[in-house]
Design a protein. Sequence first.
Length: 208
Amino acid sequence: MTNPAGTGDLVLEQSAGPGGWDEAAKLLGRKERILGVEINADAVATACAAGHERIHGSVLDQRLEDWARAVGLIASPVCPTFSDAGLRSGLADYQQVLDVWTSIGWGIDPEEAMADARATISDPRTALLATAGLWALTMPNLQWLAMEQVPAVEFAWEDLAAELFSAGWDWVDVRTLDAVDFGLPARRKRTYLVARRYRAPYTRGTPT
């Protein structure tokens, strides 16, 4: 597959927080406009003070059609329902999360799939994980995505990676990183899902 032209430069950031992903994108020299959705008012204020764009509200209230132009998706679903520090209630609801993702391949309407998930998943924080994968599989102009969660969600990222490959994505990787390996004085592990939908165009002197 090759990259489609004319899809714009908007990036959606779900559960955007105070701006960690935004700062990383700035350091990498990314030029897309990143627009984050965040429910916590203090996090929104911090992000805006740092020059990052935020919509104050719940990811669960966003509509897919309003983000059809987005070429990138960043998501950090909140972790307490999967973290060792929480009750890990998300593990009991994981089949409902997976059903949301697999239903897209069955041709079920995305809004219907998400409505069913919200009705059956016991904690809305777990529903944020379902939403991240649902949007990854259904945003029409999406070219790349980057997501992170606690290592307990690695199995979920692996399942989502399989769904992305089945949908024709060119490259998907799941990897756990530890902050101590990058010079920080503490161990803090996070598991990342990164993917590219289209093969990067060939540039002389660089790998394809």
